[in-house]
Structures are given as C-alpha cells and as structure tokens.
Design a protein around this ligand. Structure first.
Ligand SMILES: [Zn+2]
Length: 192
C-alpha cells in the first residue's frame, strides 16, 4: 500500500495511517488502531505534530465571491500564473463549492512586491490560502498578495518531506534542500 501524503485526494473510509504513527485530527477518525478519512478532501500530514487531517470538500453551495478566502492545492506552475484546485472556502468548510473549482494566481497577484520567477513562489502540491479577486471568471482569479495569504504547507520537491520554515526560506529536514515560496505568515501552524 502506498503511503498517504500531503495533497492526496481521499474519500470517506480511505485508510490514512495507523495510530502508532499518527493522531487523527480534523476530517479523520480512528477505528481499531487505524486512522481513516471521514470526508472527501485533501490530506494534510504534519510530521512535526504527528497529526493527520483531511480538508473536507462536501456537497452544497455557496458560490464564491470577491474577498472570500479559499484554501487549495497548486496544480501547475507556469511563467505567468499558477493553477489552483480550490478545496475549501474558509469559514464554510462544511459546504462544497459549486463548479468550477479551478482558480488561477497571476504573476502580478502573487506578492505585494514584484515577482520575477513563478517557480520560486509555488510548486505543484503546495497548499495555499488565497483571496478571491474575481469569481465570475473561469478559472476564478485569486491573489496571495498579503501577509496572511500564500503557501501554508509545502513539501520538498526532491523527497516530498514537509519543508520547515527558516526565516524567509524553507529547508527540508530530511535532505537539506533549500526552497522558496510565497509564504503565508502562519506557514504550517495548522490553520486553514
Ligand atoms: Zn528533501
């Protein structure tokens, strides 16, 4: 069985880990020493706190509107933009979003400062908190320009270990790899 990792998409009843390895957190439950997903969503494995949780994505509106905060996963990074799979509308984690679920962050909306290299801001698999700029476009236009928005969980692009913050950089505790992201100020503190 493949080991579950941050960013994996799961459905209710999917096996996540054993209780010897992890503690079930939001969106997960324990049964006979095994941890399963209680909802449909994206897995967050925190190797530091040993918590495993699932960001849920369940049925029912509301529609997105300008100013909403969403949490999603970076799917693709291009020169001018990054594509985001929107998983959760913050504050309404109990409701599924109406389709489309795809968002995009344009290079001009990544940071309050000028951004040259998109690949130093995001990588596929990163979990980001972003603000909706325009929900009437498809994909939805998002921004991470602000202290409280940006990447909240990122894994090493070499070995997939969750990266640890070191000032403005990220370092892999396993292989020592040094990486950069547009970070939210509360990177890996467990909040959506
Ligand atoms: Zn690594």
């Amino acid at each position: 069985m493949a080991e579950i990792k941050t960013g994996d998409f799961v459905v209710p009843g999917d096996f996540l880990a054993t209780t010897e390895e992890f503690v079930p957190s939001e969106g997960a439950y324990e049964e006979s020493g095994k941890i399963y997903s209680s909802c449909t969503g994206v897995v967050l494995v925190d190797v530091r706190t040993k918590h495993i949780s699932v960001f849920s994505r369940i049925l029912g509106p509301p529609a997105l509107k300008r100013g909403d905060m969403v949490v999603g996963r970076i799917e693709e990074v291009r020169d001018q933009s990054a594509n985001v799979y929107i998983g959760v509308l913050r504050g309404r984690e109990d409701r599924e979003l109406p389709l489309p679920n795809m968002g995009t962050i344009h290079v001009s909306q990544v940071h309050t400062a000028y951004v040259k290299e998109m690949r130093h801001q995001f990588k596929p698999g990163d979990i980001v908190r972003a603000q909706v700029l325009n929900a009437r476009r498809e994909p939805v236009q998002l921004s991470t320009a602000g202290d409280d928005i940006g990447v909240i969980v990122a894994a090493c692009s070499r070995c997939r270990t969750p990266l640890e913050r070191e000032d403005s950089k990220l370092r892999c505790p396993e292989c020592g790899n040094l990486e950069f992201r547009k970070l939210a100020s509360d990177y890996r503190q467990g909040a959506l």
